[in-house]
Design a protein around this ligand. Sequence first.
Ligand code: SAH
Ligand code: SF4
Ligand code: F3S
Length: 469
Amino acid sequence: MDNTIKAELLSEKQSEYMSLIAEIMEIRKRGEKPLAFIRTYGCQQNVADSEKIKGMLARSGFDFTDTPDDADFILFNTCAVREHAEDRVFGNVGALKNIKRRHPQILIALCGCMMEQEHVANRIYNSFPFVGLVFGTHSLHHFPELLYSALVDGRRVFERGNDDKKLYEGFPVRRDGSFKGWLPIMYGCNNFCTYCIVPYVRGRERSREKDVILSEARQMIKGGFKDITLLGQNVNSYGKTLEDPVTFAELIREIDSIDGDYWLRFMTSHPKDCSRELIDAIAGGKHISKHLHLPFQSGSDRILKAMNRHYDRKKYLDIISYAKERIDDVSLTSDIIVGFPGETYEDFKQTLSLIREVEFTSLFTFIYSPRKGTPAAEYDDPISAEEKGKWFKELLDVQEEIAAKRCSSMVGKTERVLIEGVKEKTGELNARTSGNIIVELDGGQDLIGTFQKAKITKARNWILKGELV
Ligand code: SAH
Ligand code: SF4
Ligand code: F3S
């Protein structure tokens, strides 16, 4: 079967819509710049999508504001991964009703992963009549046209659920940061882990051309970016939809060979196809962070099978031990789900023993949340929420102990850090190591966005204190 996907450029028609929007908004605002307020929920894929949306809005004449009441256009880019994420969005959208009452001319819009679910779009349509525009992740490449219709036709525009299985290039991108940035290398996911909504709301996996990624990386490095994260739901299967297939390890080695002073990171890696070649690439890289985020989800083989993860505990631990052997002082992080349907306390103990064995720097831990339309949502789930809460707390306690131990082992060492910002409360600088560990230190704000050397003086749980060297 031919599964190659060739990229198409954002159409000329969309550029025309952007100019038209700029013209009508200039008239409506009597020459003043229209303002957009954008809020992004969820993962970095959504952050990267919002940067494209902001790019298209900037081309359409918009400036940006942090105050919703000042805006002409309010957009929430939503996440569907857990119920809690969706509840937050519904709560915050409800609160927009008052803004719409105060400023009836505002256009309120919702987009992103939640909007690709039919039952969510229907609920918005029926219960939130002040929402004028809704579009899903598959509609990004004609956002200007949708925005134009919503602005001039005076009717509600809802568009979702039409994955044309294509990949679009040529978006204008307006990046949020000036030294830390995201670079998507692929979209979608083919894995269908039984708990996960992502494949349903983001469609099939498709990789961007290697040369397009390389040229974007060069541009970012030239533009002063110091910390670049390559994005994909499963970066280890990068390249499979290209006419000339490329492996992720090959891609990252090529990016790494670009001259400059920067760190290169990537997320997320799936253990089922995390190759030794990739670990060798990290070990031999000049710019690649000595950090591997490798979600294992559960330490029990029985649960991994029920999750459709396609690896077992032994395979996971084999990759980890190879990474520890090849990469000095490697920083390991992971995602874990507690309370998957059918998980017993015995299964959960296997997760605890795995985190004790690996000693992760930090963990992203989640209590299982049933997602409508996924297989696991139909499975029997006899364990009570209260019981799952206790397991979850136990997991956090164990990890806290491990993180504290890992962090204290760094005291006395000198680390290269990237200064990222200022901690509001204390005025200290916030920095990060190549292994993605936070270091707080004293220093001038002019250092933000630069690499410095820091001597680690103290460890407090998973945060380090340091001094500039
Ligand atoms: N593509 C990435 C993960 C994307 S979602 C990967 O495969 O690792 C980020 C994390 O959210 C997942 O790793 C998982 O731990 C968690 N997650 C996804 N669906 C969930 C659900 N239904 N309930 C609880 N956690 C979930
Ligand atoms: Fe979800 Fe699994 Fe795909 Fe990750 S790999 S996005 S957890 S289906
Ligand atoms: Fe959420 Fe969509 Fe990311 S569901 S986690 S924003 S891919």
